[in-house]
Design a protein around this ligand. Sequence first.
Ligand SMILES: [Zn+2]
Length: 267
Amino acid sequence: MTKFISLIFLVLFTTKICCAQYNENFGSTEECYGKTFSIAAWVLTDTTNSIAPLDLSQVLVAIDSLNQKFKGICVDFKLCSFDTLPNHRQDTIEKGLHDEEIAALYRKKNVINLYFATEIINPNPGANPAGYAPLGSTTIPNDDNQRDAIFLKKSEFTASVLLHEIGHYFGLYHTFESVANGEEFADGSNCATAGDLICDTQADPNGSNTGCHLDPQVNDPQTNLMFEPPVCNIMSYYNNQPCNYHFSRGQLDRMLSIMKTGRSYLW
Ligand SMILES: [Zn+2]
């Protein structure tokens, strides 16, 4: 009996040690999660599949890139299905109108569903997007049709687009977010509560850039410092840099936290 009790203590003690690294406020160190997420790909086509076709190899290359970028937290992704849906009417998606209908018709539950269309129309003023995804949070969303639906435009599909949308899906804001949480100052003093809520991605005014810095430079009126935004970050809109696009450690930690909470239902 004594032996049994000490065994329990040992187990409890070991559990405590193993998980002490993790910090609920996105401040974890090098945690290894060890989870594989499944992806279902749905390619909407015109009846002849002649307009901007998309093939399996493009999706596999992009998933490979996901696996490289998520290695740091021991997370990977596997393609569980790849289906073509010949339906000309649905090949052009109007955001907020056709997306729900498509997701209701074709959907695998508790996996990440990617829908590829020839065109995505944004009914609000602004450019038509290359893709969009529901923003993850620490709360499990209602099980509606669009909960796990990511929409992507075939002709603009690249590994970077998928990485960016998966970032949103696991709760990342743009590095230049200024509406949802307010503006982040160039000195980073409010980094935990403003901008993208991540402190190792510098404040980003989303200007234009050449080389590795803003051009022209932008001054932050709050701090009188020049912005030095993270131009090689996947969640920025600086997408023509000769650099290795990456998630920061803080972004990986935030995604990890959301994988364990608001996306914990995923298989
Ligand atoms: Zn985005």
